[in-house]
Design a protein around this ligand. Structure first.
Ligand code: SF4
Length: 393
């Protein structure tokens, strides 16, 4: 490994709008086929195949379809989408425009995290320039019937709006709460129309795949997790920041690169991810092993793992939308339990009940927030057993 993994290595080298020019000369089904062949999967964390999502959205014979770029980057420890939108916004808009041609949409919406409002002015200027250069609007690149434009809409700071159906509710002016699924947004999305919701990074890679081909993308990564992944690294390490690693990089390799060989724990996937101890550092960051939307938080030897769990649970108690009982009440109970543990007032029997509650939340919560919110708690109890068992009453 070398320092060349730091930063947006590949995005910065991209030739502007090469992917869009390739897409303009190809039929929608050819674009979907290229993206499907690349094995690109959603970079927001869920890992759904992008080509399949575009294929599903292209299928319904509907006049109004939408491309939504999910820039509601709220996972604690994740900041890579902010950097991509700051340093390579054209690549993201290019990807959205390609998605529009692929699915037959004429409108795209960038849903920007409320806390990123400072980016809006610069993004609007990039959009205006793209309109002037015939990269947005009617007959893009003088291609008859290739009409597409993008608007920016602001989120208001709710973490749950990163979930695609809550995001769509928010776009429609409702309270941002997840919908029951099915129907899925690819059939019934924004304003009841077929909608593809893709992450910022996913759309940027889609633009590069159209420029360079599916085979180019698959040269990096593993069989099941093609391509590179942008990661946001923070916490107890010498060199925090943005990194581009090939999918399949081990946690150990990553720690060496960021200057954290002596780490005690690594939280992969933000607050909703898993907390790994040193015995798991040989595991791979990939969809088939440990998946992440991009957040890597390193904890050094002196960290109290119960404080880590408490911090994440405080976040989820605050951010639960309150619709369903397992998530609304379960997160509160887990937080109370961690505080009891910290005070030495939690018995082994009660700790087992809390673990069982966490598993119930994973199964019974309505959306990904409640299904994943116990992950950090459960993995900390499992992976730091010796440290925690000594604190039970
Ligand atoms: S799991 Fe949590 S965030 Fe999701 S719907 Fe239920 S209460 Fe709301």
């Amino acid at each position: 490994m070398s320092a060349s993994y730091a930063g947006l290595v590949t995005f910065k080298k991209a030739k502007p709008d090469e992917g869009l020019r390739a897409a303009a000369s190809r039929k929608p089904e050819e674009i979907i086929s290229e993206i499907s062949d690349s094995n690109l999967k959603g970079r927001g964390g869920a890992g759904f195949p992008t080509g399949l999502k575009w294929k599903f959205t292209a299928k319904p014979p509907c006049q109004n379809k939408y491309v939504v770029c999910n820039a509601d980057e709220g996972e604690p420890g994740t900041f890579k989408d902010r950097v991509i939108l700051s340093e390579c916004p054209g690549l993201v808009f290019e990807g959205m425009t390609i998605a529009g041609r692929a699915i037959g949409a004429k409108r795209g919406i960038l849903y920007l995290r409320g806390e990123y409002s400072f980016l809006r002015k610069g993004l609007e200027e990039v959009l205006a320039e793209r309109r002037r250069n015939n990269l947005l609007g009617d007959a893009i690149l003088r291609t008859k019937g290739f009409d597409f434009d993008i608007e920016i809409r602001m989120g208001a700071g709710a973490y749950v709006c990163g979930e695609e159906t809550a995001l769509i509710e928010s776009l429609e002016g409702q309270r941002g709460e997840p919908r029951n699924r099915p129907p899925f947004p690819v059939d019934t999305g924004y304003l009841g129309c077929p909608t593809t919701v893709n992450n910022v990074e996913t759309l940027a890679w889609a633009a590069l795949i159209m420029a360079n081909g599916a085979a180019w993308f698959k040269k990096s990564g593993t069989d099941k997790s093609a391509g590179p992944k942008i990661l946001s690294v923070s916490g107890d390490c010498a060199r925090p920041g943005i990194y581009e690693f090939p999918m399949g990089v081990t946690v150990e390799e990553l720690l060496k690169e960021v200057g954290a060989q002596d780490a005690k724990a690594v939280q992969v996937g933000g607050a909703s991810g898993r907390c790994l101890g040193a015995s798991e550092f040989k595991r791979k960051i990939a969809y088939e092993d440990i998946s992440t939307g991009g957040s890597i938080i390193v904890f050094g030897r002196d960290r109290d793992m119960l404080e880590v769990a408490e911090n994440f649970l405080e976040f989820f108690v605050e951010e639960s939308c309150g619709q369903c009982t397992p998530c609304r009440e379960g997160n509160r109970k887990l937080l109370e339990g961690v505080r009891l543990l910290k005070e030495g007032r939690c018995s082994m029997r009660y700790l087992k009940e809390l673990m069982s509650l966490g598993e119930t939340m994973q199964l019974a919560s309505k959306c990904g927030l409640g299904q994943s919110s116990p992950n950090a708690f459960i993995s900390i109890i499992e992976n730091f057993r010796d440290e925690i068992m000594g604190r039970t009453s």
